[in-house]
Design a protein around this ligand. Structure first.
Ligand code: GDP
Length: 447
């Protein structure tokens, strides 16, 4: 890509904020376009009240003109912002005027992409710009803002510095083969690696939390056929969306439902009843259900008083970081009263999906799980970051293992090199064009 060779322009509006907007322009033609719009040389970083006119001198709108010469601007290039009265028609006319003066329409995310390519933001910060714009909860917006400010990136960079220090140590040992054995036996190396792994584990926990703050939590509903999974989904979603029937095994595919509880997004996946079955279609549903369990943040087992204990097997296969909830359903049949019991590992809630009794306790619990850790310093993150950190974890585990075997130096060094690469993908130190394309094309235009 030839950076900033051309000048881009777009209408920048807040997400869904009709009536608030500006035309944003970035690139080498900005001083010229700014002077044409103002009728004289603009003062940098100064709010000019101006009459914006078309080529024939006809008034388009009156508004504020802001000129930021590069590199002290959002994109690092010369940037112009024209703030009018916000009408879509007038903004469009302003945009067309900028284009007639030599700019072209910006692609989605192109302003932020230029900021990234000019070193104004790293990749994780650039992604957080999009997350700030699309945040659906206050906790999510605050967390995304912290990531945009570089809180998450700083944590990644700290880890990167530790990793590089360790690599230097080990690579040095390889360079002096006659001393390698002694060198690698030095407990400092083992200690450094152990500290690095502990810090990584801690960051991974916070990053998973960051994804929850950003995306909401993904909740899988599992249990026997007819336990009331679809009914619970409907009760939470507040509308008849899943098919509820008395025939065992009707929910064959995974139904997905996204609902919003006070700005917290809950993604519900209703699954086929997990049980042994000869029916090939149902088996496919069960396979998907198991896969869903592996990916979810929270697993809800729907059961009833009679099967509460034996149905626990349905939660087998849920990963260790998954929060687990047992819903003892159908209390309207006289099998218990609405209540919640909590232990360290498990919450149990007695409710009736049919009457809605006890449902609020489940809502409260889901809400608190989604915003857990949303306090001071919490940052937002994306699944891509979690995957990268998991790769780092794998490589560090292998490095630790390698240190105890033959060719310890070379093998450990190789693992650490891969670990550094995986870590670098988060902030964009290593990134393919494909990845950048995928990230920036998901932005809205004007950002
Ligand atoms: P799934 O197969 O687990 O998705 O179960 P469904 O949601 O389809 O429910 C199976 C049957 O149990 C249906 O007849 C529901 O009306 C009934 N059911 C679900 N929840 C309750 C409840 O809380 N109380 C009572 N009495 N019946 C329920």
């Amino acid at each position: 890509m030839t950076l900033g060779a051309d000048t881009i322009a777009a209408i920048a509006t807040g997400a869904g904020a009709a009536g608030v907007g500006a035309v944003r322009v970035s690139g080498p033609l900005v001083p010229l376009i700014a002077a044409s719009m103002l009728g004289r040389e603009p003062k940098p970083r100064h709010a000019h009240f101006a009459a914006f006119r078309d080529a024939d001198g006809e008034l388009i709108d009156r508004g504020i003109l802001l000129y930021f010469p590069g590199p002290a601007s959002y994109t690092g290039e010369h940037v112009l912002e024209l703030q009018g009265h916000g009408s879509a028609v007038l903004l469009d006319a302003l945009l067309r005027r900028c284009i007639s003066l030599g700019a072209r329409l910006a692609r989605p995310g192109e302003f932020t992409e230029r900021a990234f390519l000019n070193g104004k933001l790293d990749l994780a910060q650039a992604e957080a710009v999009a997350d700030v714009v699309s945040a659906t909860s206050e906790a999510g917006a605050r967390a995304a803002l912290r990531s945009m400010e570089g809180v998450f990136s700083a944590r990644v960079d700290d880890l990167l510095a530790e990793l590089i220090a360790l690599r230097v140590h080990i690579e040095a040992a390889i360079d002096f083969p006659e001393e390698e054995i002694d060198f690698l036996a030095d407990p400092v190396i083992g200690e450094q690696l152990a500290a690095l792994r502990a810090n990584l584990d801690a960051l991974l926990i916070e990053t998973r939390r960051g994804v929850r703050l950003n995306d909401g939590i993904s909740v899988a509903i599992v249990g026997r056929p007819n336990a009331g999974k679809s009914s619970l989904l409907n009760a939470l979603a507040g509308a008849e969306r899943a098919i509820v029937t008395d025939i065992a095994g009707t929910t064959r595919d995974v139904l997905r439902e996204a609902i919003n509880l006070d700005g917290v997004t809950l993604e519900l996946a209703d699954t086929a009843g997990l049980r042994d079955s000869d029916d090939i279609v149902e088996r496919e549903g069960i396979r998907r259900a198991r896969a869903q369990l592996e990916r979810c943040d929270v697993a809800i087992l729907v059961t009833d008083q009679e099967h509460a204990r034996s149905d626990r097997v349905f939660l087998d296969g849920a990963p260790a970081h998954t929060s687990q909830i047992v819903v003892v359903n159908k209390i309207d049949l006289g099998t218990g009263r609405a209540r919640r019991e909590s232990t360290d590992k498990l919450d149990t809630i007695w409710l009736s999906a049919r009457t809605g009794e006890g449902l609020d306790a489940l809502r409260d619990l889901l809400r608190s799980l989604a915003t857990a850790g949303a306090g001071e310093g919490a940052f937002s993150a994306r699944r891509r970051h979690v995957v990268a950190l998991e790769h780092v974890q794998d490589h560090l585990n292998c490095a630790a293992y390698a240190l105890h075997g033959a060719h310890a130096g070379e093998l450990a060094a190789e693992e650490l090199r891969h670990a550094q690469q995986a870590l670098g993908e988060i902030t964009g130190a290593y990134s393919s064009d494909d990845l950048l394309g995928a990230i920036f094309s998901s932005f809205c235009i004007g950002k």
